[in-house]
Design a protein around this ligand. Structure first.
Ligand SMILES: NC(=O)c1ccc[n+]([C@@H]2O[C@H](COP(=O)([O-])OP(=O)(O)OC[C@H]3O[C@@H](n4cnc5c(N)ncnc54)[C@H](O)[C@@H]3O)[C@@H](O)[C@H]2O)c1
Length: 383
């Protein structure tokens, strides 16, 4: 295309320049004082040549080359229910100047991309690209991994492990090759184990490989506490740490509204002897994904919104604290190299700090149990 287009364009340019120089000779209205385009338009011959130029060439004069490197590019790998929920939330929050989508199913990928591109009028991300090849992800600041098998009805997250480890092996080297300075946010399940696997496969510092972990579980926790109290979740503070999944640990000792600890009002809160049955809230959190999958086949909106909140902290360097999955060897008496959720400060370098939580003995025991649940699966993995 270039070889036929360029000579024609060059030819037009030469003719136009000759006409400009000869302007005063061919038409008295083409005085040297008049502006360049007006002078051309006034010349009948020039007008004919101009008609040969494209509308874009007549309308727009390029002054400088566009900077090819985006400042806040995000890539999402996996354009299933979760990946697309993340995509639309990120677009609507204006967090990226370029969004790249990667998937192995090319028709679906193209369809999803076109569908989003057609909404460009309504958001402020100027470039949406996609492809099977990881070159489309080049120079990403953040890569979100949502590719992989999802739970079927009644299936646990840990069941997915080997299938999704194999998928990570096919994804991670190409991502690092194209974006060696990126941070990675892992969402695919079992998220804590896969975050460890991605850390190993990528060779990146652990601080730059982050699992979405219990950010969603904590959002569900706060929503349900808010429902019980009639208060917006943003005013109900509470943390779930440990495994994103069945062995997650609710920190009842820290649950508070306006700094008033609920445990100070009822020391039994969250235990079996609590007459208000607050413990059921954590049971509901753990059962949420199973329930939603039973009802609609998959989960998407909650995780899309919670991932987007993490993206915001990282790309805007907010240094907010989130319960995300990070390497915890050496903390809370955990000796194994595993990832699980604890409160982490998130900013432009990924996890820059962790908050040292004062766990009571029961919470610490539950966290160790959660760690050993993960280790029992992780220790036999081969990749
Ligand atoms: N961490 C969380 O809180 C959380 C919440 C919900 C879902 N998830 C997990 O997210 C993952 C995705 O869930 P979903 O509902 O979107 O599943 P989905 O089946 O709708 O989408 C998965 C996508 O991954 C793509 N894919 C598969 N192999 C790939 C590869 N090698 N390279 C690129 N793309 C590939 C598929 O083509 C598909 O489009 C699952 O593992 C699920 O369990 C995690």
């Amino acid at each position: 295309m270039f070889t036929t287009y360029l000579p024609a364009r060059a030819f037009r340019s030469i003719v136009l320049r000759m006409l400009v120089l000869a302007g005063p000779l061919v038409n008295s209205r083409c005085s040297p004082e008049s502006s360049f385009p007006r002078r051309l338009r006034a010349c009948p011959l020039a007008h004919q040549v101009l008609k040969m130029s494209s509308v874009k060439e007549q309308l727009i004069e390029n002054l400088t080359e566009e900077d090819k490197v985006s400042q806040s590019k995000i890539t999402i790998v996996g354009t299933g229910a979760v990946g697309m929920a993340c995509a639309i939330c990120i677009l609507l929050k204006d967090l990226a100047d370029e969004l790249a989508l990667v998937d192995v199913v090319t028709d679906k990928l193209k369809g999803e991309t076109m569908d989003l591109q057609h909404g460009s009028l309504f958001f402020n991300t100027s470039k949406i690209v996609s492809g099977k090849d990881y070159s489309v992800s080049a120079n990403s600041r953040l890569v979100i991994i949502t590719a992989g098998a999802r739970q079927q009805e009644g299936e646990s997250r840990l069941n997915l492990v080997q299938r999704n480890v194999d998928i990570m092996k096919s994804i991670i080297p190409a991502i690092v090759q194209n974006s060696p300075d990126c941070k990675m946010l892992i969402v695919s399940n079992p998220v804590d184990i896969l975050t460890y696997v991605v850390w190993k496969l990528s060779g990146l510092p652990a601080t730059r490989v982050i699992g979405s972990g219990c950010n969603l579980d904590s959002a569900r926790f706060r929503y349900l506490i808010g429902q019980k109290l009639g208060v917006h979740p943003s005013s109900c503070h509470g943390w779930i740490i440990g495994e994103h999944g069945d062995s997650s640990v609710p920190l009842w000792s820290g649950v508070n509204v306006a700094g008033v600890s609920l445990k100070s009002l009822d020391p039994n809160i969250g235990t079996d002897s609590d007459k208000d049955h607050w413990k059921n809230i954590h049971k509901e959190v753990v059962g949420s994904a199973y329930e939603i999958i039973k009802l609609k086949g998959y989960t998407s909106w909650g995780i899309g919104l919670s991932v987007t909140d993490l993206v915001k902290s990282i790309l805007k360097n907010l240094r907010r604290v989130h319960p995300v999955s990070t390497m915890v060897k050496g903390s809370y008496g955990i000796k194994e190299e595993i990832f699980l959720s604890i409160p982490c400060v998130l900013g432009r370098n990924g996890v820059s700090d962790v908050v040292k939580v004062n766990l009571n003995s029961e919470e610490e025991a539950l966290l160790k149990k959660s760690a050993s649940t993960l280790w029992n699966v992780q220790k036999d993995l081969r990749f």
